[in-house]
Design a protein around this ligand. Structure first.
Ligand SMILES: *Cc1c(COP(=O)(O)O)cnc(C)c1O
Length: 411
């Protein structure tokens, strides 16, 4: 009996917990010799494939050179490479790179930067605007700006108040824009949003035009625009950033998951110059008070630098486009699903009658896919396929064959 307490796992249900010993490309290999297709990129992190040779080599080399160094007042080459690499491909207005360790902490950092900015400017702005169905992580601040529900009921008394803007469902965009306009006019520090796709909220899409208009509203009222591209970044939606599709540049950008190609944990929060300048002073009381022990860990940064090199030197967006086409063709051939949709490498749809996250159908599907050696993890009755960009036709066919069978059995 293992003593491990797993995340998002109800141990009382005694579901099997397979042990994975090796990964390569889109495949995971278990201790009992099964080859499992990773159709959700190990929870949305793996972009180029598992155990990517270039990233693995970078980690190995760096581990032998410099493993860890305090980052307050010190720097190192891998971190400088990552910062320079990001500056070269991210929007030029995002001039500053702050490191942390996970998507959740990149969001905490973004919120703290926004509040620090307003304090330095002497304006009493601290209200945060959020989008309905949003997800930004599981730490207290990240939960505060995310959708409330069964996930965070126990902690609700500790979560800070935010103002929630309705999700811009197709046809109801104006309601969202009007609500945002009113909330901004009333004064707010920042609006945090997942661009184009609300991931954990159920792979909900909305139009680039809406994103662009939301950004414009914030700009007009001086409300900082925080783009949480932790999931959507690194090609997931067909472009390096989802914001690109709307021609939008945020004031603050959160990146993690694919930042290291999905190999090791690392995150960055990129900020525009005015936000950095607001903290710039000879007064030590105004510095940015955030750090963690492993901020910009050199091994993690070496992995991120290797990821950036892959983006520079290999046709990643071409692979993304190809995977998108393959996904589209298979999605179009699926019968008996509701609301099939695709953006970039993400394909999603609903199955069954519609029961929400704790729908009985989810654990049944999970078990069904596990038996077929396909790693898919439904969000309630929403099923989505989001594989590493290297998945081949055969594996994708196997995934969709399992999906078709699951749908047929469920009818
Ligand atoms: C996964 C996710 C996070 C949290 O990232 P962690 O690394 O799991 O803390 C934040 N925002 C979005 C949009 C995410 O998808």
């Amino acid at each position: 009996m293992s003593s491990i307490w797993h995340p998002f796992t109800q141990h009382g249900l005694q579901e099997p917990i397979p042990c994975v010993v090796r990964g390569d490309g889109a495949a995971l290999h278990t201790a009992n010799g099964r080859r499992v297709i990773d159709a959700i990129s190990s929870w949305w992190v793996t972009t180029h494939g598992h155990a990517h040779p270039r990233i693995a080599a970078a980690i190995r080399d760096q581990a032998e050179r410099l493993d860890q160094i305090i980052f307050a007042g010190w720097t190192h080459e891998p971190a400088e490479q990552v910062a320079a690499g990001l500056r070269a491909i991210m929007p030029p207005a995002l001039t500053r790179v702050f490191f942390s360790d996970s998507g959740s902490t990149s969001v905490e950092v973004a919120l703290k930067m926004a509040l620090g900015y307003w304090l330095a400017r002497g304006e009493a702005r601290h209200r945060i605007l959020v989008m309905e169905h949003g997800y930004h992580g599981d730490t207290i601040g990240a939960m505060s700006v995310g959708q409330r529900g069964v996930f965070n009921r126990a902690y609700a008394p500790l979560l800070f108040d935010v103002e929630t803007i309705p999700y811009p469902a197709a046809g109801a965009e104006q309601t969202t824009l009007d609500a945002l306009e009113r909330a901004c006019a009333a004064g707010a520090a920042a609006f945090i949003v997942e661009p184009l796709v609300l991931g954990a909220g159920g792979m909900l899409f909305y139009a680039p035009e809406t994103l662009r208009r939301m950004r414009d509203i914030c700009a007009r009222h001086g409300v900082l625009f925080i783009a949480d591209e932790v999931m959507t970044g690194w090609g997931r939606t067909g472009t390096l950033l989802a914001c690109e599709q709307a021609g939008v540049v945020p004031d603050i950008l959160c990146l993690s998951k694919g930042l290291t190609g999905g190999a090791v944990p690392l995150a960055v929060t990129m900020a525009s110059e005015p936000i950095f300048e607001a903290h710039w002073s000879t007064d030590r009381a105004r510095m940015f008070f955030h750090s963690s022990s492993y901020t910009a860990n050199p091994i993690a940064c070496a992995a991120a630098a290797a990821n950036l090199a892959i983006w520079r030197e290999e046709p990643v967006l071409e692979r993304v486009r190809l995977l998108g086409e393959r996904q589209a063709a298979r999605l179009a051939a699926l019968d008996g699903v509701r609301n099939p949709r695709r953006l970039g490498t993400i394909a999603a749809f609903e199955i069954g009658a519609g029961e929400g996250y704790l729908a009985d159908i989810a654990p049944r599907l999970l078990a069904f896919f596990r038996e077929r050696d396909v790693l898919l993890r439904p969000l309630g009755d929403t099923l989505y396929v989001m594989p590493p960009y290297c998945i081949d036709e055969t594996d994708l066919d196997t995934v969709y064959a399992a999906v078709s069978e699951a749908i047929a059995r469920n009818q």
